[in-house]
Design a protein around this ligand. Structure first.
Ligand SMILES: Nc1ncnc2c1ncn2[C@@H]1O[C@H](COP(=O)(O)OP(=O)(O)OP(=O)(O)O)[C@@H](O)[C@H]1O
Ligand SMILES: [Mg+2]
Length: 355
């Protein structure tokens, strides 16, 4: 028996832990890892939400998470990271529960080296709560580390390995609740900047208002529908009008076409994002680190986060930022901007697991 428990302990210190990258985002949570002997990378991507319900037979409290929770329990589903970080103990507990459910549903390996991509925000209590969620999880028996999301996201944009970690460059992360920008010098954050005033969620809210206006008050869509319009039809420069139908409670239906609502919201977002980066963020490194500033503006600027998935948006961001700065800057995006932070985190985990 003793030998058996020894071998169980040994497995925790195995020399072959699975490198895992994790991004617990306010809209979606993403995990990236390669299962033992698998050729393909596994990507787990779910909405960061949880719904609790009572088992009709046993009376036990049960939990549903992700898309299923959002679809079946729209009335009580909780997006516990809605503001980016778990605000209080209750949300931290819900986030832990969500993460546990997600890990066990996917059989994510416990013997793992895990790197978490975490947002850069001046919210110590929230960050502490997030740390709790991370530390209470079953994965990461070998290694557990956190790196800034905008660094992790830049990694797959800047090369096939982890070149970004030894580079000097600027990264801009376009999320649901935040716009982050930071200069990185060999992995070190210089003057991290974050604002909650230019976000993917703002675009959704604007789409709701625009749709109401565009349909002369006939159509009111909810935020989830607005987000879907943006994710499915959003396109900067090559937008096609689309139609949708609302069902009336009495049985009738009303078809309407959206031509400007999404485009206008994205246009606002681009101008506002360029303004924040050029006029709020960049003056800091320009003053405090003049040489680094010049060096990093001459290098590629990495653009990551879900909003960078919108076709044409990175190109237009580059164009407007160049115009605003009155110099040519070059913007690079990873293949899958919404998965990039998890992929970058996984690549760091790979290095850590090798040590
Ligand atoms: N094709 C797409 N796939 C995923 N997200 C998209 C897509 N297009 C636009 N988005 C938007 O990107 C945002 C999500 O970005 P991301 O996943 O980087 O955010 P997050 O890390 O959860 O949020 P934050 O860091 O702000 O808390 C949402 O507003 C989402 O609607
Ligand atoms: Mg984010």
């Amino acid at each position: 028996m003793a030998a058996e428990s020894d071998s169980a302990d040994d497995s925790f210190e195995s020399s072959n832990p699975t490198p895992i990258g994790v991004k617990l985002g306010s809209t979606r949570t993403v995990l990236r890892y390669r299962e033992a002997d698998a050729d393909e990378m596994t990507t787990v991507r779910t909405l960061t939400c949880l719904a609790l319900y009572e088992d009709a037979i046993t009376g036990d409290e049960k939990a549903l998470f992700g898309e299923q929770a959002a679809a079946e329990y729209p009335d009580r589903v909780e997006y516990m990271l809605r503001s980016g970080l778990p605000e209080d103990d209750d949300r931290a507990e819900l986030a832990s529960r969500f993460f546990r459910e997600q890990l066990s549903a996917n059989g994510v390996p416990q013997d793992s080296a895990v790197v978490y991509a975490i947002p850069t925000m001046e919210n110590d209590a929230g960050l502490e709560n997030l740390t709790e969620v991370i530390e209470s999880s079953d994965i990461g028996a070998h290694t557990m580390r956190a790196y800034p999301e905008s660094l992790c996201g830049a990694i797959p944009a800047m090369g096939d390995g982890v070149e970004a970690v030894s580079d000097v460059f600027i990264s801009v992360n376009m999320g649901s609740t935040n716009l982050e920008a930071c200069a990185y010098r060999r992995g070190d954050q210089l003057v991290p900047f974050s604002t909650g005033s230019v976000t993917g969620n703002d675009v959704d809210r604007r789409i709701v208002a625009n749709v109401e206006e565009e349909t002369q008050g006939r159509v009111h869509v909810d935020l989830t529908t607005a987000r879907e319009y943006k994710e499915e039809h959003g396109d900067v420069g090559d937008f096609e009008p689309f139609s949708d139908v609302i069902q009336q409670p009495g049985g009738g239906s009303h078809e309407f076409t959206i031509a400007d609502s999404v485009v206008d919201a994205l246009d606002w977002y681009l101008d506002a994002a360029v303004d924040e980066v050029a006029n709020e963020f960049l003056p800091e490194p320009a003053n405090d680190y003049m040489k680094v500033y010049q060096l990093s503006l001459g290098n590629d600027i990495a653009l990551t986060g879900g909003m960078a998935c919108i076709p044409g948006l990175p190109e237009e961001f580059q164009r407007r930022l160049s115009a605003e700065l009155d110099r040519d800057v070059n913007v690079v995006v990873p293949d899958e901007p919404d998965l990039a932070a998890a992929e970058g985190a996984r690549r760091i985990a790979e290095k850590l697991a090798d040590q």
